[in-house]
Design a protein around this ligand. Structure first.
Ligand SMILES: Cc1cc2nc3c(=O)[nH]c(=O)nc-3n(C[C@H](O)[C@H](O)[C@H](O)COP(=O)(O)OP(=O)(O)OC[C@H]3O[C@@H](n4cnc5c(N)ncnc54)[C@H](O)[C@@H]3O)c2cc1C
Length: 433
């Protein structure tokens, strides 16, 4: 019987010998010890890179989910690592806590979101891993190991962003904040104004981000700030409707750019500005139905506008098939060794390509621009970097690799893709037993 697995976009597929869902840490440890290697763990399969791919075993932690304990005073919650962000938001709201920030969707497992440094936007807001207070892993020998910020800070910094290679996370404690409300505003402005005022506009809100609408010359800016006002209805999300319009104009008018631009502008002019107040869990995320592949690079904050201008020029000159808006966010600097935000305030730029078409020519053309500005790739999104390139971007790379060897001395979590990424000799990784 074949075990087929594929990621959300359908770009990465695998035929592992075993697909398993352990029900507790004991069963997880047994599987890590005995299942056909390499052993890779999957959250929700929303990464675009082959992090989860394995011809040995893919372990899903879907049964390891839910709240374990919480501390009302410190706003801390201990959760099982298979918990999806959607249910997690509601669990936290129920105990008076809120995630300080979120990305675009709530489908990921918390273990998966931590595994790739998943982030939202905000110059003072870190990615999910910066919330880690304690970490419990099952290591490559099947042993349960516990670490906490106080006393094990270095190890937490080493394994907080771990790509499923530093043991399997079984439980984590997150530092949250008291539940809160946000006022969210959205409006359209010329991209030239956005690029000119980038530093101020991205810095003067708790959370700010924008989307550039390709072939339009316009951006949609989104700002969120704390609010104590009464809630007002969140307008119905029409991102999918807008995408359909952009795709239709792309398909019909890809080679008539001025007409395409005029019609896009007409559509953009009809998008109403938004201004509402809602509880945190009703603000951040949207439903993403149209499948795409994505590349996102994390750049030094101040390089964002120049890099984006080059990406826009490349896209509009050479890739008329592109229609997905480009997403631009900021992320706070942190101390985690494999965090793309390690010791630098970041501007993240994401480009998307319809999953029905080959994304590689566009991604390959864009990547040198991002790299030219010192970009570090999102671990879960398309990139072509290997160990030698990555080592130059991460000052604590060698230290992180030493911790990995300690946690996984038999290379049970090392697939061919991970071996390339981490520079591990193929002869030394464990395809057996
Ligand atoms: C529609 C869409 C929207 C997205 N929006 C954002 C966004 O706003 N911001 C952003 O930064 N990214 C975003 N992403 C990327 C996504 O958040 C990351 O790729 C994330 O890692 C996916 O989570 P997952 O649970 O699907 O993990 P998977 O893709 O299944 O796994 C990711 C990594 O984590 C490891 N892993 C999973 N669980 C565990 C565990 N328990 N222990 C140890 N390792 C584990 C896996 O082995 C793998 O290496 C988006 C992706 C999609 C498809």
């Amino acid at each position: 019987m074949s075990n087929s697995w594929s990621n959300w976009s359908g770009f990465v597929t695998a035929e592992p010998r075993l697909l398993a869902s352990p029900a507790d840490a004991g069963e997880l440890g047994d599987l890590i010890r005995t299942a056909p290697g390499p052993v890779r763990v999957v959250g929700a399969g929303h990464s675009f890179t082959p992090l989860v791919k394995s011809q040995g075993t893919i372990l899903s932690l879907e049964k390891l989910e839910g709240l374990v304990a919480h501390d009302a005073k410190k706003h801390q919650a201990r959760v099982r690592a298979g918990t999806r962000l959607g249910p997690l938001m509601h669990m936290l709201q129920g105990i008076g806590q809120g995630l300080p920030n979120m990305g675009d969707i709530d489908r990921q497992a918390i273990g998966g979101a931590l595994g790739t440094a998943t982030h939202g936007s905000g110059p003072t807001l870190g990615a999910y891993h910066t919330q880690l207070e304690t970490v419990q892993i099952v290591d490559g020998l099947g042993k349960v190991r516990d670490f906490k910020r106080e006393g094990d800070q270095e190890t937490i910094h080493a394994i907080g962003v771990a790509l499923g290679a530093f043991g399997v996370l079984s439980e984590v404690t997150l530092n949250n904040i008291a539940t809160y409300r946000l006022r969210r505003r959205k409006w359209v402005l010329p991209i030239a104004d956005m690029l000119r005022d980038f530093e101020t506009m991205m810095s003067e809100h708790r959370s700010a981000e924008f989307y550039y609408i390709p072939f339009s010359g316009y951006a949609q800016f989104i700002a969120s700030d704390f609010s104590t006002e009464a809630t007002t209805p969140r307008p119905t999300d029409d991102d999918e409707g807008s995408l359909r319009t952009l795709r239709r104009l792309r398909t019909g008018l890809a080679w008539l750019p001025s007409l395409r631009r005029r019609l896009i502008l007409g559509a953009v002019a009809k998008v109403p500005a938004e201004d509402y107040v809602q509880d945190w869990l009703n603000v951040y995320v949207s439903d993403r139905q149209t499948r795409f592949n994505e590349m996102e690079y994390h750049l030094p904050f101040e390089e964002g506008p120049k890099a984006l201008a080059e990406i826009i020029e490349l896209t509009e000159k050479h890739f008329p098939e592109v229609y997905f808006p480009m997403e631009v966010r900021s992320v706070a600097s942190d101390e985690f060794w494999l965090s793309p935000f390690h010791k630098r305030l970041t501007c993240s730029i994401a480009i998307h390509h319809d999953a029905a078409n080959d994304p590689l020519p566009f991604m390959r053309a864009a990547e040198p621009i991002f790299r030219g500005y010192g970009g570090r790739p999102h671990w879960g999104k398309m990139h072509s970097l290997k160990a030698a390139d990555l080592k130059k971007l991460y000052p604590r790379w060698d230290d992180a690799m030493a911790v990995r060897r300690d946690i996984d001395p038999q290379n049970r979590f090392v697939s061919p893709y991970m071996a390339d990424l981490f520079g591990i000799e193929p002869s030394s990784f464990g395809i057996q037993p």
